[in-house]
Ligand binder design. Sequence first.
Ligand SMILES: NC(=O)c1ccc[n+]([C@@H]2O[C@H](COP(=O)([O-])OP(=O)(O)OC[C@H]3O[C@@H](n4cnc5c(N)ncnc54)[C@H](OP(=O)(O)O)[C@@H]3O)[C@@H](O)[C@H]2O)c1
Length: 280
Amino acid sequence: MDDPTPDSVVWLIGAGRGIGRALALHLAREGRTVVGSARNREDLESLAREAEGLSGRILPQPLDVTDRAATAQALEEIEARVGLPDVVVLNAGTHTSMPAARFDPEVFDKLMAVNVGGVVNGLAAVIPRFVKRRRGRITVVGSVAGYVGLPTASAYSASKAAVIAMGQSLRPELEAFGITVQVVNPGFVRTPLTDRNTFAMPFLMEPEAAAARIAKGLRSSRFEITMPRRFTWLMKLLAMLPYPVLFALTRRAIPPEARPEALDADGTDEGGTDRKADAA
Ligand SMILES: NC(=O)c1ccc[n+]([C@@H]2O[C@H](COP(=O)([O-])OP(=O)(O)OC[C@H]3O[C@@H](n4cnc5c(N)ncnc54)[C@H](OP(=O)(O)O)[C@@H]3O)[C@@H](O)[C@H]2O)c1
């Protein structure tokens, strides 16, 4: 079912860079009013300037979505400025690679605070209002990394699996209130986040192409929006494999910095010295 309201209001959290920025511009080109949130005000202001001359517009609404009260307050301000949004896209997310041998609860907490806590705070602000109005669209951004636990991504994969499960859980209940819940699961998209990756990223997409796919999904009632499809289907197949086969494949994807040799080499793994002695 297509959404025939190109002038609708979209609140996009995580709009300053990467996928969110490209999506904000795409939606503004479609004629929508996009309220863009992120922590960095300059990113949002430059985004709003970039949208000048398009048929829609982008309004900056700076926000740290890990702050629950600030998220609720932001929605109140948005309602006063442009009315209750028709669509909310919870895109803010981050990733820090964490080798298992350097398991760090602070990395875990930080990723969970943004990737899961940010989605929870957005949902907590929006759901009661959409329920009352009996209409709305909530689109959360997960990742194919949420289909299956990937090496060095125990925190990231766990956070994105949580986002996907939240979407699955909310969708059938909220549709009875006229609310469409969707999950976006991208593969690799070239953004400041993935620019940090040192490994080759298969089927890497440009953010504008990902944004076009997401915008198309926002006009439909489908639950999952994925891109690029060939890669996301491969990841779905991976998740269905028996564990011995899955681990044989994911083991090969362990990056050099997460292997015992790397920890031995930088002298941080005292146990490694013992292992060498044992092996000798
Ligand atoms: N790029 C990929 O290959 C890929 C693949 C799968 C899934 N994803 C997911 O797609 C989403 C966007 O990723 P991206 O690659 O475009 O990332 P990005 O380039 O790092 O952009 C992330 C955006 O989120 C905002 N953000 C981060 N923390 C925030 C917070 N606490 N409050 C409000 N805004 C916050 C950032 O702005 P500030 O820092 O200024 O707040 C920025 O505008 C994420 O959820 C990511 O996990 C990306």
